[in-house]
Write a protein that binds this ligand. Structure first.
Ligand code: BTN
Length: 228
């Protein structure tokens, strides 16, 4: 996949969308974003030193449900290949280490394209007050990380994914929430229970506090307890 680099953009998601008409799958990479966004239209703090990229993809309909987990898998493996640290998947879209947020993934659709964005805190170590529990690779590893090599390492993994069963089993092993008692919000409901597993569509399987299993395709984690 061709990587198109930019110095400063509003959001790599928007730049990727502007390439849809060309029908070429590619990677939009920026050193800095002025209006980076996360889920729920929240701001994604994007100073120089982080890695910000969006994949423009034209998947077959059967592939759509797996893209999120594939990109997640490629990201944690790409990080591991370059710096020997294997992060965790915190459902639904966080990349975490030591329980702190290293990065996140955002999927958007436009026409028949999927724009899969990923932001990782790499060499940026200082976060504004309103960002809680963030961490960067540099703070974890105590050294500067080559950002372009990290991007290449992630893209190489994305283009050489193993079969989906392998991806799912490896992601399940890095499921940060597994076995933890959590409080989450989904479709305006506040739900409590124990996170059990991730299913083959990337949904969270939750053992409800009041009994019974729930399979959630979206939601936001409010609190995580180590033990109930
Ligand atoms: C989240 O955790 O809410 C997802 C964050 C996704 C951020 C990335 S950075 C590259 C791409 N461009 C954006 O504006 N957002 C995504």
């Amino acid at each position: 996949m061709r990587i198109i680099p930019f110095a400063t953009v509003t959001s790599t998601q928007d730049i990727a969308k502007s390439f849809i008409a060309n029908r070429e799958e590619l990677v939009i990479w920026a050193k800095e974003q002025k209006r980076g966004r996360g889920r729920f239209e929240r701001e994604w703090y994007s100073p120089p030193g982080g890695l910000y990229f969006s994949l423009l993809l034209f998947p077959r309909s059967s592939e759509i449900l797996t893209i999120h987990l594939k990109l997640f898998w490629a990201t944690i493996k790409g990080i591991k290949d370059l710096v020997n640290l294997l992060p965790f998947f915190k459902w639904p879209n966080d990349i975490v280490y030591d329980g702190k947020k290293l990065g996140g993934i955002l999927l958007e659709m436009e026409k028949d394209a999927i724009i899969a964005g990923c932001g990782i805190n790499v060499n940026n170590e200082i976060f504004p007050e309103y960002i809680k529990d963030a961490i960067s690779l540099k703070s974890l590893l105590k050294r500067e990380i080559p950002i372009e090599e990290l991007l290449q390492s992630i893209i190489a993994r994305f283009q050489n994914c193993p079969n989906f069963a392998t991806i799912l089993s490896e992601i399940r092993k890095r499921n940060f929430l597994k076995g933890k008692y959590i409080v989450l919000n989904s479709h305006r409901r506040r739900i409590k229970g124990t996170a059990m597993d991730i299913d083959e569509e990337g949904r969270l399987i939750l053992q409800k506090e009041e009994g019974g299993l729930l399979t959630l395709s979206s939601g936001e984690i409010e609190k995580v307890y180590e033990y109930k």
